[in-house]
Ligand binder design. Structure first.
Ligand code: NCD
Ligand code: ZN
Length: 371
């Protein structure tokens, strides 16, 4: 008999929905994979980095970007969180203003120039010294962290024993957690065993999100055939890292690790001189997460394992951010499916994983989404 089970609709606590006419398609792809709500990343063009529209700074405000998302179909979501992009212009007063207006629940730290549209990021030390993190700690605002050291070259950036994420978690993150012991921190899109160890060791104020690609693939999958659809930042790592990530999410006691796809659509992935960082998993993320659980030997036909999967996908994230899991449901079935490229109005397409990799089929499919 086909394995199938009912789950609460889930929350994607890290996704890129961009701006402009493509947004509707990205939002729709979330809805079609039974996503009940999102945390929508602020690395928009321009960045979403002020609170109110009237504030005199050359950015979009949380107010404006939220409204764009709602107009693009995000009004169907039960939750819509937009974190504030931390820039050189972020002040403790802005944090206070955001918290008091009810518009601000989270802020996003980007390593300067470390990833797509992160040019406005500033070093972590700035926000440790200028009162921003202190204000966030005081007001209970969550810090979403892209945890990679910036400005590294060659072997320090990526090598078998050291990489930008590992040094960030072993150096910067440790300082941050000691200095602001009550600050709520999400280690986003974790890729290394060192990041897993950091989150496990931390208090209940520290959690981590994990993408489907980092639970399924290693750097070998990326370089064998240069499968550039798998190129995202932080990069997929080594097998020991993959195993640590899988162990974290399939642990029956897991309360700290949750889904955040980092689905990051690019209509042009490869250019003449490089490749845009970001994997697109709109429409396919729960299916890929299920596949990763099973590859780790966690048989999703067993009710106790379905419960572990549910915690990772549907309840740990809401518990950490402080909202209720969804009361609506969808069905996940072990019936094969195919991921389809997403078409934009102008004819461009965005290719979802696992298309373009060695195994393009999906082992799982989604049905019966309650609206
Ligand atoms: C993201 C994007 O394309 O916006 N890319 C990525 O590789 N994950 C940016 C980010 O979250 O790092
Ligand atoms: Zn991202």
């Amino acid at each position: 008999m086909t394995v199938q089970f009912l789950l609460p609709k889930w929350f994607d606590l890290h996704v890129h929905l961009r701006q402009g006419s493509n947004m509707v398609h990205y939002v729709q792809a979330q809805i079609e994979m039974a996503c009940a709500g999102v945390l929508a990343m602020p690395n928009t063009l321009p960045p979403t980095a002020k609170i109110l529209q009237q504030d005199d700074l050359p950015y979009w405000s949380l107010e404006e970007y939220r409204q764009m998302l709602l107009d693009a179909g995000a009004d169907a979501f039960e939750q819509l969180i937009v974190p504030l992009y931390l820039t050189k212009d972020t002040t403790p007063n802005m944090i206070e203003q955001g918290a008091q207006s009810g518009l601000l629940q989270a802020c996003k730290y980007y390593p300067p120039h470390g990833t797509t549209n992160s040019d406005h990021g500033r070093p972590l030390a700035n926000f440790m010294e200028n009162g921003v993190f202190q204000a966030m700690e005081e007001y209970g605002i969550v810090l979403c962290i892209h945890g990679e050291k910036h400005g590294l070259k060659g072997p320090d950036y990526f090598d078998s024993e050291i990489n930008a994420e590992r040094s960030f978690y072993e150096e910067d993150m440790v300082k941050l957690a000691v200095r602001f012991p009550k600050l709520k921190i999400v280690a986003e899109h974790m890729t290394t065993k060192e990041a897993v160890a950091f989150v496990k060791k931390g208090g209940n104020n520290i959690a981590g999100s994990i993408t489907p690609q980092h639970l399924l693939y290693t750097v070998g999958n990326l370089v064998q055939g240069l499968r550039y659809h798998l190129y995202c930042l932080p990069l997929v790592k080594f097998n020991a890292d993959l195993e640590a990530l899988r162990q974290a999410v399939t642990d029956p006691k897991n309360t700290k690790f949750f889904a955040g796809t980092d689905s990051a659509p690019h209509t042009k992935k490869a250019t003449e001189c490089g490749c845009a960082a970001g994997c697109f998993t709109g429409g396919v993320a729960p299916q890929l997460y299920a596949e990763a659980f099973e590859e780790d030997g966690c048989d999703l036909g067993a009710p106790e394992n379905q419960e572990i999967f549910k915690r990772f996908l549907c309840t740990n994230g809401p518990n950490f951010y402080g909202f209720k899991p969804s009361e609506k449901t969808f069905m996940l079935s072990k019936t094969p499916d195919v991921a389809k490229p997403l078409k934009m109005d102008n004819g461009e397409t965005v290719t979802p994983l696992p298309v373009g990799l060695e195994r393009p089929e999906l082992a799982w499919s989604i049905t019966d989404i309650q609206s």
